[in-house]
Design a protein around this ligand. Structure first.
Ligand code: THU
Length: 139
């Protein structure tokens, strides 16, 4: 897959972010690391809430941090969720996070890395995670 960047570094940043997860209700920690077009990395973790619906996923935390700092072009995101996943079993982004990715990324080239660690990850293109989508071009 195209995209010339250090996959392992992005995964390692997601792993670090995962440790910051605030998950008193599910106990399910997720970390994300988002790479901008200029190779800057914004990380995020999931942040839960007693009222449940205000919970923010790790991926959206990373996107909202980046966009709020003026970033609007992205190459890739690495996502790590859970602790003892079997090799090849990953935490895929939820539908809401896929929709947020679509808002800011080119589905033909944005790379989503699903990881358990630096030695166990898989990458997909956003277009394969959210086919037949509703986006800017529909308005
Ligand atoms: N979660 C994420 O952070 N990212 C995802 O894409 C999947 C779900 C979080 C939300 C909640 O805090 C926990 O995982 C269990 O759903």
């Amino acid at each position: 897959m195209s995209g010339d960047f250090d996959r392992k570094r992005l995964v390692s940043e997601a792993l670090k972010a995962q440790k910051m997860a605030y998950v008193p209700y599910s106990g399910f920690k997720v970390g994300a690391a988002l790479l901008t077009k200029d190779d800057k990395i914004y990380t995020g973790c999931n942040i839960e809430n007693a009222a449940f619906s205000p919970t923010n996923c790790a991926e959206r935390t990373a996107f909202f941090k980046a966009v709020s700092e003026g970033e609007n072009e992205f190459k890739a995101i690495a996502v790590i969720g859970g602790e003892s996943n079997a090799r090849g079993v990953y935490c895929p982004p939820c539908g809401v996070c896929r929709q947020v990715m679509l808002e800011f990324c080119d589905p033909e080239s944005f790379i989503v890395i699903l990881a358990n660690g630096e030695e166990d990850f898989r990458e997909l293109l956003l277009k394969d995670l959210i086919p037949f989508s509703f986006g800017k071009s529909n308005l």
